[in-house]
Design a protein around this ligand. Structure first.
Ligand code: SF4
Ligand code: SF4
Length: 100
């Protein structure tokens, strides 16, 4: 995982370790190698999470929750159609930090 920057402490990813049945699916499907596995899954690199939701969808035990969304993909598409800089609108109210 080199060449990428990650925002620290903003991911909504959560794992309830006591619910984990050790199937390993989250480790398999995560594109950013967020999880490690030692008898049960652990969040090893939470700041790498891009909130795609694949782990939550593939966790049959319901141990993982994450607010999955379209994130920056929506911002890029919006910018293309409006011929402007990418923006998802998250900072429009000036109370939140603009992520784009
Ligand atoms: S997918 Fe869910 S049950 Fe399976 S290892 Fe990951 S957290 Fe545990
Ligand atoms: S939401 Fe996506 S990037 Fe984040 S931990 Fe789950 S599979 Fe990995």
């Amino acid at each position: 995982m080199t060449g990428l920057m990650y925002l620290k402490g903003v991911s909504t990813l959560k794992l309830e370790n006591d619910k984990c049945n050790s199937c390993g699916m989250c480790v398999t499907v995560c594109p950013h190698a967020v999880f490690s596995f030692q008898k049960k899954a652990l969040i090893a690199y939470g700041d790498r999470c891009m909130e795609c939701g694949a782990c939550q969808q593939n966790c049959s035990a319901g141990a993982i929750t994450v607010n999955a969304g379209v994130g920056c993909a929506a911002a890029v598409i919006s910018g293309m159609f409006s011929n402007s800089a990418p923006s998802c609108g998250c900072g429009d109210d000036k109370k939140t930090v603009n992520c784009c």
